[in-house]
Write a protein that binds this ligand. Structure first.
Ligand SMILES: *Cc1c(COP(=O)(O)O)cnc(C)c1O
Length: 231
């Protein structure tokens, strides 16, 4: 991939975000674009950093540990987001590297994160933020907290003093995502968690219409994983 292509894709995604925000009468500056760089190496990531992109997301702690420490040393203002499922025994590693964790989905993980934060004192210069991931389509194979368990998980996170700011979801594939985004927005309202992490390459415009405050975009920026980018 040439640098020009990466920058064109970034500009394209940004302008679509601005367009969707305008249609929804929202301020585009209040919506964060998280570039999901999983499976892509530092050489693919650098052009986006050079073009000013600062929020990046990964779905595996170990993969992120391999490529991000150097990039972060070079650009201290990068914010790294963990968007994949997190094992409790990786909680300490996760908070050492990531600024935002989008995937709290069960009490044991909430407890492990709280312990890890207490033990580390978390880098004081950077503030950790967390999202609770909701299994919004009630799919058996999907990550995320069951709808029925959300209220108690929110309570637990607050009891543990976890810095939970919002809700995150990945709606069921291949069906219209709008009702799921709308439901997540309603839940975030009910629970007083204003940030909404929703929308990926195929549906971020819809997510923005329905209130997303951050969108997680991978293939539209980096090209399809394991496929040739066609657009
Ligand atoms: C991979 C991934 C994304 C980005 O998906 P694209 O369809 O490539 O934009 C967003 N969120 C999560 C949780 C992911 O795992």
């Amino acid at each position: 991939m040439t640098d020009t292509t990466a920058i064109e894709r970034l500009n394209d995604v940004r302008s679509r975000m601005v367009h969707s925000a305008k249609l929804a009468r929202r301020d585009a500056n209040a919506i964060t674009l998280i570039a999901i760089s999983k499976t892509h190496d530092a050489a693919a990531i650098r052009p986006l950093i050079d073009a000013g992109q600062r929020d990046f997301g990964e779905n595996r702690v170990q993969e992120a540990q391999g490529k991000w420490p150097d990039l972060i040393t070079q650009h201290a203002d990068i914010r790294l987001h963990l968007v994949g499922q997190l094992q409790s025994n990786k909680a300490a590693d996760a908070i050492a590297l990531f600024d935002v964790i989008h995937s709290i989905d069960r009490p044991s993980l909430a407890t492990a994160l709280a312990k890890a934060i207490a033990a580390s004192g978390k880098r004081p210069a950077k503030k950790l933020e967390c999202y609770i991931q909701v299994n919004i389509g009630d799919e058996p194979q999907k990550g995320g907290c069951a709808l029925a368990d959300l209220a108690s998980l929110v309570d637990l996170c607050r009891t543990l003093d976890l810095p939970v700011v919002g809700l995150m979801c990945v709606p069921p594939a291949d069906i219209e995502p709008a009702p799921f985004f709308a439901l997540l927005a309603k839940l975030s309202d009910q629970h007083g968690l204003p940030e909404l992490s929703m929308g990926m390459s195929g549906d971020y415009d819809t997510a923005i219409m329905l209130g997303a405050t951050c969108v997680r975009v991978g293939s539209a920026l980096f090209g399809a994983r394991g496929m040739i980018y066609t657009k």
